[in-house]
Write a protein that binds this ligand. Structure first.
Ligand SMILES: Cc1cc2nc3c(=O)[nH]c(=O)nc-3n(C[C@H](O)[C@H](O)[C@H](O)COP(=O)(O)OP(=O)(O)OC[C@H]3O[C@@H](n4cnc5c(N)ncnc54)[C@H](O)[C@@H]3O)c2cc1C
Ligand code: FES
Length: 299
């Protein structure tokens, strides 16, 4: 299925978000909870916020929404400190207010014709996949079922849990799972080359290939793939999708200035039926068809 993006209507909200809490995880990873009810009410899996990390820092930073709770009006964000901006954000204390622009971008478009969703997240590409898993869980009556495969080379920003959910086709010994997804009854498995117990010893895309390779043709025809993570992981995911002839949507991270479609600083070239075209990752994406960003190569 191609990603059917509705026309962008410019409905990006500006809200003073209150820091509710921050949990620190190894590898300078943080889970930030913000109270921003208007943004939370409209966020979707794959959308992001453009956040002022510190009032003295001129540029905002784009960060994906991991969870949005309409009832509490809160957003959850998982980030890893890269430079000055996120370092300052890691020092934001409960009660502080941060200017929050969002939700921005067109997120994932689940395909009801292919309700078996394979979600692939690498590093801080995991947050949109957690959001998508929760979204599809809420749509279980339509037949949606998810398998989430996450990869990280630094400790995962959660307490891994041995899974009790059986997933045929997953290599023996690969039992470590995401605790929240496990509690929801959504199957997940973890991959790493760092030797963490219970994880698949390799790339998350190899784990995805192993699972897809065990499916019969009728099941494979019901699978769709969704991914977010570093560009080499997305390119490898696109190759796996091409090999198994499964439609795939990828969420891109590009350097952003305005994040509202005005500066074209995030423009990338994509491949369309009419030939190459330029798209802004912030408002035309960040989710695109994998085949538009990583054109299929001849076998
Ligand atoms: C749509 C989107 C969603 C994202 N979601 C997450 C997330 O959920 N968790 C997370 O940890 N990171 C996420 N990122 C990456 C995150 O925005 C950058 O790591 C962050 O901006 C780095 O800021 P810094 O000040 O710490 O680092 P610096 O290197 O000091 O940043 C300097 C400048 O470069 C930009 N920049 C640096 N790295 C990136 C990058 N990878 N992508 C885009 N801009 C960058 C910054 O915005 C800033 O303007 C996302 C990026 C995009 C575009
Ligand atoms: S960052 Fe300005 S158009 Fe996307």
């Amino acid at each position: 299925m191609s990603v059917a993006h509705p026309v962008h209507r410019g409905s990006i909200l500006l809200e003073d978000a209150e820091v509710v809490g921050q949990a620190a995880w190894p590898g300078r990873q943080y889970v930030l909870t913000l109270r921003a009810p208007r943004v939370a009410a409209r966020a979707t899996a794959g959308s992001f916020v453009h956040l002022t990390c510190d009032e003295h820092l001129p540029m905002r930073r784009p960060l994906s929404v991991q969870r949005a709770c309409v009832r509490s009006g809160t957003l959850e964000i998982l980030y890893k400190v890269v430079g000055d901006g996120l370092d300052r954000l890691s020092r934001a204390a409960p009660g502080e207010r941060l200017s929050c622009l969002g939700p921005i971008g067109h997120g994932f478009t689940p395909d009801p014709a292919r309700p078996l969703a394979l979600l692939i997240g690498g590093g801080v590409g995991m947050p949109p996949m957690v959001f998508l898993a929760e979204t599809l869980l809420a749509r279980a009556a339509e037949g949606f079922r998810s398998l989430a495969l996450f990869g990280s080379e630094i400790p995962f920003p959660f307490r891994m849990k041995p899974s009790t959910l059986v997933v045929p086709g997953i290599p023996d010994g690969t039992i470590a799972a995401h605790p929240l997804l496990e509690d929801w009854g959504v199957a997940s498995r973890l991959a790493t080359q760092a030797g963490f117990a219970g994880c698949f010893p390799g790339y998350v895309t190899e784990l995805a290939s192993a699972w897809l390779g065990g499916l019969d043709a009728a099941t494979l025809a019901r699978v769709s793939m969704y991914a977010c993570g570093p560009t080499p992981m997305l390119a490898a995911t696109a190759r796996v999708a091409q090999r198994f002839e499964v439609p795939c949507q990828v969420s891109l991270e590009e350097f952003m200035a305005c994040a509202v479609g005005g500066c074209a600083g995030c423009a990338i070239q994509v491949h369309t039926a009419d030939g190459p075209a330029m798209k802004r990752v912030c408002v035309d994406g960040p989710v695109f068809d994998a085949s538009a960003v990583f054109p299929p190569v001849a076998p």
